[in-house]
Design a binder for this molecule. Structure first.
Ligand code: PEP
Ligand code: MG
Length: 751
């Protein structure tokens, strides 16, 4: 059964459009379940379950027969959201007869709802002529099938919406997660991980002759690489492995493989896309074979495919042009991909994977680039060069927007520009409440561009300099001297203000291309301080570079990420002291900087007093703290709704950290994204946080919010909020107080 399930899902995944996906589903399910009818009903725009595909009922009924939300057995399955298994369907009070289906001949009925993200998309039904009760195994299989297919159907439906536009572009909407606020209108540039056969964007070409030549050159280059590799490895390979290289070369010489690709190129399709489609088809054919030896050859086909694709993409990337209003689209955007686009051309971003607290979203917010994350149903390969509207407030995007929609969003862009202009006047005003309580606003940095933006917006210090960002943008670890120069630039730019440098925090969703960490469960794995304590050579080089960079400026603090136990703090301190004394001996005139701890995991919340006693300051990383307290992966769009920054558990943890730090006479800041939310900033100020550190984009909004409220009011609000039982009531409670025009204006235009 498992094999059938897998192969059906694979076939459906490869279907060109929704209709063919459904046709495959009904015919394959009917066959595997040895029944006489399988039909798929999907909810249409008129809120009716429309017969979309059938194998067994009259084909002419497809697209004709439909049932209301609570009509017939199909509606009944959908309403109950569970399978219905009937031996004699006609006897059921909900049974409804449609002569055009020829249905009266079938007695037994088993229907399962197709549910995607809690939404019933349709119903999958099997029927049988003879009166019999489908057994438990049948029921379980149909449920499994529907559950697996729900995502595929949702995806195919979305792709279908887009495909229609090929000839005549019509607007289509895709939902995701709000990544970075703002609105962007521009042209999609699809960027993919190199040599990923499933992520090659669909591109059309005008000059077919040139593309054919380009493809042949790619084949020749790949041939050379493979034969060189075979030669180099000859002495180390056994005969069977050597034969593999021979087989690869033969495949490349195979005229039929090349001609399948050239046929598609002749239809005006780019060589990379044509090649990926042909290879994926061959891979599927091999995977479906019964013979285990042949089935394993699928991996060889894929490997060969990737090698050739790498050549085709490498040359194509060299002459990629970015339009002036580039919207970067990718399956999983990363910080290094961001670095490839000239900053002045990038207006928006869309990522199929990831969520609002993924690091690429944090960078987007810092850069003020409107972003939608987790657009899981977007057929991203098909959007190259299309016009897009990115609504980073609501987390939705539109492809090929209508003139009306465009006008609507252009007006919002204008409104935003006005708001930003209005806030610029706040730059030199202090951040204080109406009753003169002052709280410093600092910034989180990482990119060089952040420095200028931060200073322009009146930042009073750096609460978090993410040192891993320069590491992410390279193809090897930066040397001690390279690091020193980078850190010096930060320290000089902000001097005499304090710069809090965090030691390397990789792992989780931040993987260095040259130091890959491949784990089942990366956010609970080898990350932050755990990596650097295991690699003292990396840690020491970084700390030495930081200390050298601070010479003569003395405006630096060092901060340690992901501390879970006191021993980690102690070990890190030993290394920092060692580097410090070595440098003194080497003649550097440096001072020992304050050493602080990030509170990012629940264990650290419970040991906040001990950590405060043994360090110079605490800083809360609320992005990670929220994910670990609520057990919600910050990177997973599937659970984005559960990532609730205003969850009472989070708020109580935040409050208890301040109390712990202050009881030890220690200062405590917060540098997670929460500090940049105007409403949250008011609560954090009332809790007693000494410094709020945020992205430069949000700083003026937070300042404006704080300047509009008194400490007395903020404390009353906090008191009320801390009594609420859940995140929803916290939000309602906040709204009732913050619903003044001066506040709502800061939360962005209503889109
Ligand atoms: C945090 O976790 O809140 C934090 C500031 O660190 P990062 O987002 O880089 O993990
Ligand atoms: Mg963190």
């Amino acid at each position: 059964m498992l094999n059938s399930l897998r192969s059906i899902v694979q076939e459906v995944n490869a279907a060109r459009d929704l209709q063919s996906a459904l046709d495959i589903i009904v015919s394959r399910v009917k066959k595997v379940m040895k029944t006489e009818v399988c039909s798929a009903y999907l909810l249409d725009a008129n809120k009716r379950y429309l017969l979309m595909a059938t194998d067994g009922l009259n084909a002419s009924a497809v697209g004709q027969v439909s049932l209301g939300l609570d009509e017939g057995l199909v509606g009944y399955v959908a309403v109950r959201e569970e399978p219905i298994n009937l031996e004699q369907a006609t006897a059921h009070p909900k049974y409804q007869y449609f002569p055009e289906t020829g249905e009266e001949r079938f007695s037994s009925f088993l229907g399962a709802p197709i549910i995607h993200h809690r939404e019933v998309l349709g119903v999958l039904v099997i029927q049988q002529h003879e009166q019999r009760r489908f057994d438990e195994g049948d029921e379980a299989f149909l449920i499994t099938m529907s559950a697996q297919l729900a995502g595929v159907i949702a995806h195919a439906r979305a792709t279908g919406a887009l495909k229609n536009m090929g000839q005549q572009a019509t607007e289509a909407k895709f939902s995701g997660v709000a990544g970075a606020p703002g609105v962007a209108i521009g042209k999609a540039v699809v960027i993919s991980q190199a040599a990923d056969l499933r992520a090659v964007p669909f591109r059309q070409v005008d000059d077919i002759a040139a593309e054919l030549t380009f493809f042949q050159a790619g084949l020749v280059a790949a041939r050379e690489t493979i034969s060189d590799l075979g030669e180099q490895l000859k002495s180390r390979l056994n005969t069977q492995e050597q034969a593999l290289f021979g087989a690869y070369l033969a495949m490349l010489d195979d005229a039929s493989l090349a001609s399948e690709v050239t046929d598609r190129i002749c239809e005006g399709i780019s060589s990379a896309y044509a090649w990926s489609e042909v290879i994926l088809e061959h891979e599927r054919t091999f995977s479906a074979m019964n013979d285990p030896y042949l089935r394993e050859r699928a991996a060889d086909v894929r490997d060969l495919g990737q090698r050739v694709l790498a050549h085709l993409q490498e040359s194509a990337d060299q002459d990629r042009v970015y339009p002036d209003n580039t919207i970067l689209v990718g399956e999983e955007l990363t910080a290094s991909m961001l670095g490839e686009v000239p900053q002045d051309k990038l207006v928006g971003m869309v990522s199929v994977q990831g969520s609002s607290n993924s690091h690429v979203a944090i960078l987007a917010r810092a850069m003020g680039v409107p972003t939608v994350m987790g657009a899981v149903d977007l057929p991203f390969r098909q959007v190259e060069a299309r016009e897009l509207v990115v609504d980073g407030y609501r987390g939705v995007l539109y492809t090929d927007p209508s003139a009306n929609l465009r006008k609507h969003y252009e007006a919002i862009c204008e409104e935003e520009r006005e708001l930003v202009k209005g806030l610029e006047a706040l730059k030199d005003l202090p951040c204080e409440t109406t009753d003169n309580y002052r709280v410093p606003l600092w910034v989180n940095t990482g990119l060089m561009a952040d420095v200028v933006r931060s200073l322009e917006r009146g930042a009073e210090g750096v609460g978090l300099y993410r040192t891993e960002i320069p590491f992410l943008l390279r193809d090897r670890f930066p040397s001690e001297e390279e690091q020193r120069a980078i850190y010096r630039e930060q320290l000089v730019a902000f001097a005499p203000h304090t710069v809090t440098m965090r030691t390397l925090d990789v792992g989780g969703d931040k993987s260095l291309p040259y130091f890959p960490i491949d784990e089942e469960n990366p956010f609970l794995g080898w990350r932050g301080i755990r990596v650097t304590l295991d690699h003292p050579e990396i840690f020491l080089a970084q700390v030495r570079a930081m200390l050298k960079a601070s010479e003569g400026l003395n405006n630096m603090r060092i901060m340690l990420p992901m501390i879970t136990s006191l021993s980690e703090l102690e070990s890190a301190k030993v290394l920092i002291h060692r580097a410090f004394h070595e440098l003194l001996e080497e003649g550097y005139q440096i001072e020992l900087p304050p050493i602080g701890v990030m509170i990012e995991v629940p264990a650290a919340v419970y040991q906040a007093r001990e950590l405060a006693r043994r360090s110079d300051f605490l800083s809360v990383g609320s992005n990670d703290l929220t994910q670990y307290l609520l057990a919600v992966d910050r990177n997973n769009p599937q659970v984005a709704d559960l990532y609730q920054a205003f969850h009472p558990a989070v708020l109580h943890a935040l409050q208890s950290i301040v109390e712990a730090a202050h009881s030890e006479g220690s200062s405590v800041s917060i540098c997670g994204e929460l500090a940049g939310d105007p409403g949250a900033a008011v609560l954090l100020l009332a809790m007693g946080y000494d410094v709020l550190s945020m992205n430069a984009t949000n700083l003026p909004k937070v300042k404006s919010a704080i300047r509009g409220i008194s400490l007395v009011e903020a404390k009353a609000l906090l008191e009320d909020v801390m009594r609420q039982p859940d995140a929803e009531s916290v939000s309602r409670c906040m709204e009732s107080v913050l619903n003044r025009p001066s506040f709502t204006r800061l939360l962005g235009p209503k889109t």
